[in-house]
Design a protein around this ligand. Structure first.
Ligand SMILES: *Cc1c(COP(=O)(O)O)cnc(C)c1O
Length: 213
């Protein structure tokens, strides 16, 4: 394998936003188990249907990869096994509070904004350490497992490489500060191979699996 990495070290998050629940059912039938959604309401509805269709042992899990609005936190905690888009101390606090009420330890990632052209969401690089320290020391019901980023779109995936490297560097810096994070959520349909070469542990792929939306 080009990146010299074990296939089991990279998890595929199949991104089903805007695709009908039948696409999810079909993917479950083919063996996919981890689904990424951008909207809380859309994911909640699909999850209900999939729960009805499958046995609990098939253990399908749902990841929120879109921006999380404060008024959707309670529902998000009920629906998602993992939230990739924590981008402020306030949001982390809110998720922690709802997870505590639900008696849940919520897996989360910090979404990092790596460039100005980047999507509007994500925390600026210089705020990541403070947010990570805050989550790990104050938020009892959050389990911080990694970092997520979404570079600007490039036709040529080579142009995404410096962004992926940067996210890994930030992760290594946090590790140096005693905050060991295992997950790097980076890479989409057009650039996931580059992301894997640069250390991605979760790739978020939609159109390459399900076709154009
Ligand atoms: C839609 C989306 C993806 C998947 O994009 P594709 O190009 O369809 O693979 C990945 N990550 C995020 C945050 C998304 O919103």
């Amino acid at each position: 394998m080009r990146a010299d990495r074990a296939p089991s070290s990279v998890r595929l998050v199949a991104v089903t936003k805007h695709f009908p629940v039948s696409a999810v059912s079909e993917a479950v039938g083919l063996g996919l188990r981890v689904f990424g959604e951008s909207y809380v309401g859309e994911a909640a509805a699909k999850r209900e249907t999939i729960l009805r269709e499958t046995t609990p042992s098939s253990s399908v899990s749902w990841h929120l990869i879109g921006h999380l609005q404060r008024n959707k936190v309670k529902k998000a905690v009920a629906v998602f096994d993992c939230i990739h888009s924590i981008d402020s101390i306030a949001l982390a606090g809110e998720v922690d509070a709802h997870a505590a009420r639900a008696g849940k330890i919520q897996d989360v990632l910090i979404q990092v904004k790596l460039s100005e052209e980047d999507t509007k969401t994500g925390i600026e690089e210089d705020g990541v350490l403070a947010l990570a320290e805050r989550i790990t020391s104050f938020n009892k019901n959050l389990n911080l497992i990694g970092l997520m980023a979404m570079p600007p779109f490039f036709e040529d995936p080579e142009q995404s490489r410096p962004y992926f490297r940067r996210l890994k560097d930030i992760r290594d810096t946090l590790t140096g500060r005693g905050i060991a994070l295992t997950e790097l959520s980076m890479g989409m349909s057009n650039d996931f191979e580059t992301a894997v070469e640069e250390g991605a542990t979760m790739v978020r792929i939609g159109s390459e699996i399900f076709g154009e939306r």
